[in-house]
Design a protein around this ligand. Structure first.
Ligand code: SF4
Length: 367
């Protein structure tokens, strides 16, 4: 009695206005998208396009490129045209590059209100140019570059200060009837960041770009981002995400995709259910799980694979998965869709699982 038969899912999505970032819809009922940012000099067109191609192959849906110099601005038309995914130009200090990015055909432009001192005078022109080209603007507020006026008012980058900065900036565009906007209010502290987005979500209907800024090296940044995005997305808040890591951007995309999959917001592909091992283990679970993961990486169909160290929980978990192994006595019982299909010596467990996975993939219809 009272046992749910369907796993709980995140709360319904917050109702946000939908904008179009090139071919990717953001907000409304559009799926939450994953984005990253290149680390190359944008003026190095070849290297930037190469990195964008790698990001695209890893599942990145939108890419941002920095535009701090005229040479970078000059590279934008070719990059925007040749990239397979929408390109957002990231402008911090120079309003003239906003115009260049819009003219270049970038799918959107990110501006940082705290950094663009001369920005206010030029909002009307930017709004007009962006509207003419159908180019959305991301108002990207960042704790590290918050407007001095707000820092004085609040003492530090509090959630209220971040939200006030974003809404004030949005109001400048709204005065010119421009609402093709998404917003981010990033902070390196997930607790502050979560509260800022929660307040912002209540205060406006713009789509929200989630990010924990300067989240740190891969391990720490992954945990901070997963905690913060999980807290917000599980309440229906967030329309596009960027995981910021001091690590290659492809890693950011992998983490972003895993977060969405863990929340049930993106179809799970390969999911390894492996036990932590303990004194009862009759096989090297770590090695086995790693070998199975490596052997099945890149599977095109959803696949839940159980790798269990002994017969205590092994058969039960293996039966629940599409494919599984329960180890014991130097052997592995191989399960497919809940049925034992064979028992193989330990040395053949990995190759047998890979063979069975291939068989399942062949039988699974592709979309
Ligand atoms: Fe230990 Fe067996 Fe559970 Fe793995 S499945 S943690 S080896 S009891």
């Amino acid at each position: 009695l009272g046992v749910p038969t369907v796993p709980p899912r995140p709360a319904p999505r917050r109702r946000s206005r939908r904008i179009q970032v090139g071919s990717v819809a953001v907000g409304g009922d559009a799926p939450v998208s994953v984005q990253s940012m290149t680390t190359t000099r944008t003026s190095d067109i070849g290297a930037t396009l190469q990195q964008i191609a790698e990001l695209t192959a890893s599942g990145c849906q939108i890419v941002r490129v920095a535009c701090p110099t005229q040479d970078d601005a000059d590279a934008l038309p070719v990059i925007a045209r040749k990239s397979q995914i929408p390109v957002i130009a990231d402008i911090h200090f120079q309003p003239k590059y906003v115009f260049a990015a819009i003219e270049a055909g970038c799918a959107a432009v990110r501006v940082n209100p705290g950094n663009i001192k001369k920005f206010d005078d030029q909002v009307r022109e930017i709004a007009r140019a962006a509207k003419d080209h159908g180019t959305p603007i991301r108002i990207g507020v960042n704790a590290g570059s918050l407007d001095k006026r707000l820092l004085q008012k609040y003492g530090k980058a509090t959630p209220e200060a971040l939200v006030e900065s974003a809404l004030w900036e949005a109001s400048l565009f709204e005065e010119h009837d421009f609402r093709d906007i998404k917003i981010s209010v990033k902070h390196n502290d997930p607790v502050v960041m979560i509260e800022a987005y929660r307040q912002l979500a209540e205060a406006c209907d713009y789509p929200l770009h989630l990010g924990v800024t300067e989240a740190g090296p891969a391990f720490q940044g992954t945990i901070k981002s997963a905690v913060a995005f999980g807290a917000l997305l599980s309440r229906g808040i967030g329309d596009t995400i960027r995981v910021s890591l001091s690590a290659p951007p492809v890693e950011e995309v992998k983490v972003g995709i895993q977060i969405l999959q863990a929340l049930g917001l993106k179809e799970r592909r390969l999911e390894i259910v492996s036990c932590p091992s303990c004194g009862r283990a009759q096989v090297d679970v770590y090695k086995l799980a790693e070998e199975v993961t490596a052997g099945l990486e890149g599977m095109e169909v959803p696949l839940r694979v159980a790798v269990m160290g002994c017969v205590v929980n092994g058969p039960g978990e293996a039966r629940e998965a599409d494919l599984g192994v329960a180890s014991g006595n130097g052997k592995g019982q191989i399960f497919v869709k809940g049925e034992v299909v064979k028992t193989v010596p330990e040395s053949q467990i990995v190759e047998t699982l890979i063979e069975e996975a291939m068989r399942i993939a062949e039988r699974t219809p592709r979309d």
